[in-house]
Design a protein. Structure first.
Length: 257
């Protein structure tokens, strides 16, 4: 049995340094077009900012996330909203939702079939599913640089990698196989400027990719990060700021049966 590696989410750091995640989620939220009084399930809600936006628009959100620290932060920020620690591959609710929403979360959830089954089980017939997440080619340069430098330590980065970055064909086919009609699907580049100036790439890796460094000494980690920066600087660093080579999928689908 292969060893499982998971990200150690740092909720306060996430809020302080990665506010762009929720900001970019507004496009998927607009695609969902939540209406007053609708019940909406937010899968991978993080620290709750988009669930709060759903509530501001008059919907009744329920946010779920597998990270205890993220849910604790969400409850602290938005005490009047409904949040729960839950595994998106197994979550089930006795009530049906009018919509399911997910931003920057589905690429963390495997197997993807289980997540789609959760979405299907949550929706009423005719309900809609709107999501944005990492697609094929997402952060390819960052992933390649980290893998190459970890290889010098005898670490197989791919064996530790929890991400799922499908092609648009893969994901829409998966949805259709589970009774969804895909009304809209996009696969697009979205280069994303990181906060933190010179240290921006390190902060990003520490927030989103710390699982690669499990069991690595502080000295070796520092060496790897320095080498990763050297590799990436010609492509992803300009005028004092780092850019992450994001590629996203955005979809809208309706449950037909």
């Amino acid at each position: 049995m292969s060893e499982s590696f998971q990200n150690n989410w740092k909720a306060e750091q996430y809020d302080a340094q990665m506010s762009f995640v929720s900001s970019f989620g507004q496009s998927a939220l607009a695609l969902l077009a939540p209406q007053p009084g609708e019940r909406i399930l937010d899968v991978g809600c993080g620290t709750g900012d988009l669930a709060a936006e759903l509530a501001r628009l008059g919907a009744e959100p329920t946010g779920i996330d597998s990270s205890v620290s993220m849910i604790e932060q969400a409850r602290t920020k938005y005490p009047g909203l409904d949040f729960a620690v839950a595994d998106a591959t197994a979550y089930r609710s006795p009530r049906r939702f009018d919509g399911v929403f997910s931003n920057a979360a589905l690429h963390w959830i495997k197997p993807p079939e289980a997540a789609v089954k959760t979405v299907r089980a949550a929706l009423r017939t005719g309900g809609r599913f709107a999501a944005e997440f990492g697609g094929k080619g997402n952060i390819a340069a960052i992933e390649e640089a980290v893998a190459a430098e970890l290889h010098s330590l005898g670490i197989d980065a791919q064996a530790r990698n929890p991400w799922y970055f499908p092609s648009i064909g893969e994901y829409t086919t998966l949805l259709e196989a589970h009774g969804f009609r895909v009304a809209c699907a996009e696969h697009f580049d979205r280069p994303t400027k990181l906060t933190g100036g010179e240290k921006g790439m390190r902060v990003w890796i520490d927030t989103f990719a710390d699982f690669f460094f499990e069991g690595v000494s502080p000295e070796d980690k520092e060496h790897v990060l320095s080498r990763v920066e050297e590799r990436l600087r010609p492509r992803l660093y300009e005028e004092g700021a780092w850019t992450a080579d994001y590629v996203r999928i955005r979809i809208l689908a309706y449950l037909e049966s």
